[in-house]
Design a protein. Sequence first.
Length: 82
Amino acid sequence: MSHWNHRVVKETLPDGSEQFSVRETFYNVDGSIYAYTQNPVNIVCESIEALREYCGWVLAALDKPVLVDGKVEFVERDNDDE
């Protein structure tokens, strides 16, 4: 079954500056990336507990390698969930 998590994505802006954001990233069973969200995550939760859990997921993204926009080699999505 495919899965997702949060990852930090580095982008280079037209003026040459860089910015970092957190995106939901989607994986095939073998761990290959088939997509990440176009827009950064927007953290809105219904409770403090849910917000704390979500922030934990975002903080965990800081411990993973940074994905560089435009250099990620996306693959086809597996059909395992269909």
